[in-house]
Design a binder for this molecule. Structure first.
Ligand code: SF4
Length: 448
């Protein structure tokens, strides 16, 4: 690397959708001549792509910005903050409160990053120029990538400020997504994880009110080289029979659906403005279990929403015990001033919320443990994602029923006679030998 090479360091906070934006911005910076570095002290430019969905995320964003701002005393010439934090708070306020930051960009301005960086600082002047919107610099382990199909959301869930931060849904045309999927495959990607704020509503803004996730999946299923296509964030009432039919016939679908139900009590769901009630959730889950029996179901639930009584909570807990989701994330309601639930009466106390959350997590841990045990002795395909921190003899990976970042993992040891290490980004046949609460341990039999 020559001495005048500029270096950029990026941090991506929050959800996978943010990570896709970070990857695009890294690619734009690359086209300006910036090398990517993992060491903030070496960076000429530091990018913090923030999350501000909840108060706790805002706090993390501010702490990260202030910590990285220390580098401005040394080599760093520009600190750029993007994402939901500048979208949530007014630019002027941020400039006043965080003078360390050179540039704030909300999500609608992120495409302009390269151009603004170029204009903003002579010291950071590019060696190459940006003439068009660039691609992505993948930051996920080899073999796996997120693919964002739309941004924004048209729903009005009481607890959520995402529509205020990211605007109305904007879907990308199918052709553009297919091109990106093919490009990812050409870079060695075998697993794509489809993300959106509301994946089941994909295309509604493109086709005069008709969603077209099913059409997109049919086309993606034809992309040679893809092994696992995974659907994240399917809104419960957006899953119809046509979508289930298509999924059941796909050859490259990962046997996994992420369906955030949030609650089952009709009273709480009404207060949450989710647009469905208990019967709809129950019949959907029954249908998914019946039509897609091999599938792992993931869900997210929220406790402590205003109006949630002890009885509502028990209804949710007993539903979770009956359905036995393979993966479940539980969250406590967080009052955000811009969300309509902030003004609702009947908020359970912090102690009640915490106890409810704890009880759900304890129940789910038992369910997860027994689900993991059922894998012992079975052979599964595992995508190798890296080396385990615990031992150089162990790799980490995921089977097709585990999503990146949110679910458990499979630790994989080499088979005795193997002369080689396992290759990151490749799928191996693995025999499962041991099960922990959320993770598995197995031996690699051979590469596929
Ligand atoms: S579906 Fe609801 S929770 Fe999800 S992003 Fe849209 S408004 Fe927020």
């Amino acid at each position: 690397m020559s001495d005048d090479t500029k270096q950029a360091y990026a941090v991506s906070l929050g959800c996978p959708r943010n990570r896709v934006d970070t990857e695009k911005m890294l690619s734009a910076l690359d086209s300006l001549g910036f090398e990517s570095t993992l060491v903030p002290e070496d960076a000429d430019l530091i990018l913090v792509n923030t999350c501000a969905f909840l108060g706790s995320a805002v706090k993390e964003s501010i702490e990260t910005i202030l910590e990285l701002a220390e580098n401005k005393k040394h080599k760093c010439k520009a600190l750029v903050v993007t994402g939901c934090f500048p979208a949530r708070y007014k630019n002027e306020l941020l400039k006043r409160e965080l003078p360390e930051v050179d540039l704030f960009l909300d999500p609608s301005q992120e495409d302009m990053l390269a151009e603004l960086v170029r204009l903003k600082s002579r010291e950071l002047s590019p060696k190459r120029d940006v003439s068009r919107k660039t691609g992505r610099m993948l930051t996920t382990p080899a073999g796996s990538a997120y693919l964002r199909v739309s941004d924004g959301c048209n729903r009005q869930c009481s607890f959520c400020i995402i529509p205020k931060l990211r605007g109305m849904q904007k879907s990308r045309p199918i052709e553009e997504i297919l091109l990106e999927a093919k490009d990812l495959v050409s870079k060695g990607v075998v697993e794509i994880n489809l993300v959106a704020q509301d994946l089941s509503a994909y295309g509604r803004d493109l086709q005069g009110g008709r969603t077209c996730l099913a059409d997109l999946l049919v086309e993606l299923d034809k992309v040679k080289g893809l092994e696992w296509i995974r659907c994240m964030y399917l809104y419960p009432s957006g899953i119809d029979d046509q979508l289930i039919d298509v999924i059941s016939k796909m050859s490259r679908i990962a046997p996994y659906l992420d369906v955030p139900i949030q609650h089952v009590s009709s009273t709480v769901l009404k207060a949450m403005k989710r647009g469905y009630g208990y019967n709809r959730v129950e019949s959907l889950i029954k249908k998914l279990r019946h039509r897609l029996p091999r599938f792992n179901l993931r869900t997210t639930v929220m406790v402590g929403h205003p109006g949630e009584t002890g009885k509502d909570f028990e209804e949710l807990l007993s539903f979770i015990q009956r359905v036995r989701f393979e993966h479940l994330g539980a969250f406590r309601f967080s009052p955000e001033q811009e969300a309509s639930a902030f003004f609702l009466e009947g908020r359970p106390t912090a102690g009640e919320s915490y106890n409810r959350w704890r009880r759900i997590m304890a129940v789910q841990r038992k369910i997860a443990r027994s689900k993991q045990r059922s894998y012992i002795g079975r052979e599964v395909d595992v995508l190798i994602t890296g080396q385990a921190d615990e031992s150089t003899m162990l790799n980490t990976g995921r089977h097709s029923g585990q999503a990146p970042d949110v679910d458990g993992r499979v630790y994989v040891r080499l088979w005795e006679e193997s002369p080689n290490q396992l290759e990151v980004g490749r799928i191996y046949r693995v025999k499962i030998e041991k099960a922990m609460d959320y993770d598995l341990l197995g031996v690699a039999l051979e590469g596929r």
